[in-house]
Design a protein around this ligand. Structure first.
Ligand SMILES: Cc1cc2nc3c(=O)[nH]c(=O)nc-3n(C[C@H](O)[C@H](O)[C@H](O)COP(=O)(O)OP(=O)(O)OC[C@H]3O[C@@H](n4cnc5c(N)ncnc54)[C@H](O)[C@@H]3O)c2cc1C
Length: 581
């Protein structure tokens, strides 16, 4: 935020103007100066008010006479001055254009699209501000959405209820998520499945625990999520939603403690002021902001790799904090997803190289030892990712024979809707061969040495693994007794006696972050003591309170996508009530 340079140029004028406004609002000089250090160019644009919002005040009660302002003591998780530079939202100039809107939706991904369409249906006029060139965000990578109680789930004969699902989810997360919020989320899922169908989204099949997840139709597109985005984004267009693409929201406008709009920057650096009494944040969390992730996640993971679109920079979370929001417990929770061969995956994840990296062959850590049962990925990619995260270095080992099998007959196992057994994967070899992270050698010891691992340790692990595989011979494929060390299913215990060996170093992949802004069951953004910041709502990966210390793919597979769509709808409904519609 505010730079020295701006203070040198204009500091005095800014301070004087802002101080007058601060005085008018009951803020002391001391608290104003503290706020002014956050926003240098704010005065005169309404930003001084944001800078001096009670959130930035160090004096409890300083804004007590300023209308519905949040309690300054409680409005942030930590006082602004104690926050590190990762929370800075940078300088922003004067707006050259002003646009009036009833509702501003920041982010046009899963949350933003759902919020926009729902707003129109409720008689509101939303404006979408999206940093990229079109709708979608990382939602385009999704395939499954949780829909407890949907007609599709019922048709499978699965017995289930919202109450069961809420209990399952809270139990999985050690009761960290907010119960009422979880109930609002899961309670709306069946209606949302129907709502999506009404807007043209089809569902192909059910999956997961109690068939709670629905896979979307692909509509002939390469990715199911892309088809979903084409349809829902198309609906937003058909309904006349005003979308401003290539426009990055930078700061919330706050007046008298209530949100009054957003300052955004277009591709040419021009600042546009969007004035509205409601702002819905849906910028997708902070997956691509490494500095932010490392600090709030508190794990020093050198080799984490975000999958999906490079568009999630913590903007929504930082803007909310700047406006006085608290963060929910588990801000640092990440949707880890396990091995990703280093250098093999770019924005697109539906590739053979991705599938190869998670096959249940033999996985090793920095000591050349196994550290989990490798088929855990098939049922819980999230838990697998946590295991990978807790090693220093990780590797997957397979043989030339395995690779030939995958090239001709597809994977041994895969939990998503692509890369399934039976589908040949011809792109693995050309993708992996040129990579520095991939060591191919006739001798396992030589491959280990190339990878900077102890060759004797790797050889010993391989010998032990082959012995476990021998013990699995003739057993039922589901039998886990042969793997005395970790309990991998017999069907995946395939001995590796001959090279060439492919020893690949892997990063810990993650799909998204899932911790964020503190919200209540109406998706209203709040301060520490649950006091509402009027007009401000958050959803999707910007919002916290739905997860504990990891992502629940066990009982609520598809809940990331489901939360985005459902929170977008919930936010629109709350906004309509707030605006008296
Ligand atoms: C490869 C992959 C596969 C996945 N598969 C699944 C799945 O099958 N099921 C599931 O439940 N979850 C899945 N997820 C997670 C899912 O993608 C997210 O939970 C979901 O997209 C979150 O929605 P969102 O609206 O919060 O963020 P996004 O959908 O990412 O949208 C955020 C939008 O905000 C925009 N934005 C960011 N900053 C700004 C700014 N300052 N101003 C304006 N716009 C901004 C971005 O450009 C983006 O368009 C997957 C994720 C990945 C990466």
């Amino acid at each position: 935020m505010g730079s020295t340079e701006q203070h040198d140029d204009k500091g005095t004028a800014v301070e004087e103007r802002g101080e007058a406004e601060a005085a008018a609002r009951g803020l002391s000089r001391r608290s104003f100066i503290k706020g002014a250090s956050f926003v240098a160019l704010g005065a005169g644009t309404g930003l001084a008010l944001a800078a001096c919002s009670p959130a930035a005040s160090e004096e409890p009660g300083a804004a007590s006479d300023a209308g519905p302002a949040p309690n300054p003591e409680a409005s942030m998780a930590a006082p602004a001055t104690e926050r590190s530079s990762i929370w800075d939202i940078g300088e922003i100039g004067e707006p050259t254009q002003s646009i009036e809107a009833e509702v501003c939706i920041v982010g046009g991904g899963g949350t933003g699209m759902a919020a926009a369409v729902q707003c129109v249906e409720l008689g509101l006029k939303p404006v979408v501000i999206e940093a990229l060139g079109g709708y979608g965000g990382s939602f385009i990578g999704t395939e499954f959405i949780t829909a407890v109680g949907s007609e599709q789930q019922k048709a499978t004969g699965a017995s289930d209820s919202v109450k069961d699902a809420v209990t399952d989810h809270l139990t999985y997360h050690h009761w960290i998520p907010r119960r009422k919020l979880t109930e609002a989320f899961i309670g709306q899922m069946a209606d949302t499945a129907e709502w999506l169908e009404d807007h043209g989204i089809g569902f192909a099949f059910t999956a997961g625990y109690r068939n709670r997840a629905l896979a979307y139709d692909d509509g002939g597109e390469a990715m199911r999520g892309l088809n979903f985005v084409n349809i829902l984004g198309g609906e937003a267009e058909r309904l006349g939603v005003e979308a401003h693409f290539n426009m990055r929201a930078r700061r919330l406008l706050v007046e008298d403690g209530a949100v009054k709009g957003v300052l955004a920057e277009d591709a040419d650096g021009r600042i546009v002021e969007f004035r509205s009494s409601v702002v819905i944040l849906g910028t997708g969390g902070y997956a691509n902001n490494e500095e932010f992730r490392k600090e709030v996640a508190a794990w020093d993971i050198g080799n984490a790799q975000a999958l999906g679109m490079n568009c999630r920079n913590a903007d929504g979370i930082k803007m909310a904090a700047d406006a006085g929001a608290a963060m929910a417990e588990s801000l640092g929770t990440v949707m880890w997803c396990g091995p990703v061969i280093v250098g093999a995956i770019s924005a697109s994840w539906q590739t053979g190289a991705y599938v190869a990296g998670v096959q249940p062959t033999l996985w090793l850590n920095q000591d050349g030892e196994r550290y989990l049962r490798e088929d855990l990925f098939q049922e819980n990619f999230s838990g697998t990712g946590v295991c990978v995260r807790n090693q220093k270095r990780t590797f997957v080992l397979f043989t030339e024979e395995d690779l030939l099998n995958w090239e001709t007959s597809g994977s041994y196992a895969f939990p998503f809707s692509f890369g399934l057994p039976g589908t040949p994967l011809p792109d693995i070899r050309p993708t992996l061969e040129p990579l520095d992270s991939v060591h191919v050698n006739e001798s396992i010891e030589a491959a280990a040495t190339e990878a900077d691992l102890d060759p004797a340790a790797v050889k010993a692990t391989l010998d032990r693994y082959n012995a476990l595989c021998d013990a699995a011979e003739g057993l039922d494929g589901e039998d886990t007794s042969a793997d005395e060390d970790f309990g991998k299913k017999a069907q995946y215990l395939r001995p590796m006696r001959e090279g060439p060996y492919w020893l690949c170093e892997v990063a810990d992949g993650f799909y998204t972050t899932v911790g964020g802004i503190k919200i209540n069951e109406r998706t209203e953004v709040t301060g520490t003591d649950d006091e509402v910041i009027p007009g401000l709502y958050a959803g999707g990966c910007d919002a916290g309170g739905i997860h504990g210390d990891s992502y629940d793919v066990m009982y609520l597979g598809g809940s990331g996508a489901s939360w985005a769509i459902n929170s977008g709808r919930l936010a629109a409904k709350s906004a309509a009530t707030f605006l008296g519609k």
